[in-house]
Design a protein around this ligand. Structure first.
Ligand code: HEM
Length: 144
């Protein structure tokens, strides 16, 4: 089960990055193009939201089965940058990113018909994407 989840988490990262990036670019184009935010645009926001949520659930399960997750929290792990990344920084930062992306989408959902939905998605997904990129274990991903 561990190896399967590890691979799934690794491959899902492509969908997360592509989904969030597409939603973000669409939102930026709509925002700066002064277009009204339609229900179709709301659905494009789901491209970023859905894979991110799935990834979050897989990550939480992985945290309890991977030797790099909770099991890595041995004495002095904070002094080791790799252990600190997997045990603390990666999970915490990704959870904050997922929360921000969810807030951006939820706010936008209530703004269909106005221009502000694009702004909400652009800002919250943008910050979320920066956080995700900042704490991907680049030493291990995408691998060889
Ligand atoms: C948007 C959310 C997330 C993204 C994009 C993401 C991405 C990644 C990537 C790229 C790796 C390295 C995979 C590899 O070695 O090929 C990884 C590993 C890991 N992630 Fe996440 N992650 C996310 C959320 C989470 C969350 C919320 C948790 C835990 C609460 C988590 C726990 C882990 C663990 C424990 C590993 C190490 C797995 C292992 O190799 O044993 N991730 N993640």
């Amino acid at each position: 089960m561990y190896t399967g989840l590890q691979h799934l988490h690794s491959y899902m990262t492509y969908l997360v990055l592509a989904g969030v990036l597409i939603s973000l670019l669409v939102a930026l184009a709509g925002w700066f193009g002064n277009k009204p935010f339609t229900d179709k645009d709301r659905k494009l926001g789901l491209l970023g939201l859905i894979p991110t949520h799935l990834q979050w659930v897989i990550g939480v399960i992985l945290y309890f089965v991977s030797p790099l997750g909770l099991d890595g929290a041995t004495e002095g792990f904070m002094k080791n940058s790799v252990s600190r990344l997997y045990v603390l920084e990666h999970p915490l930062t990704m959870i904050i990113a997922v929360v921000l992306i969810t807030i951006g989408y939820s706010r936008a959902k209530r703004m269909v018909g106005t221009g502000n939905g694009f702004k909400s998605i652009a800002i919250f997904y943008g910050i979320g994407l920066i956080l995700i990129l900042s704490r991907i274990p680049w030493n291990a991903w995408p691998g060889n």
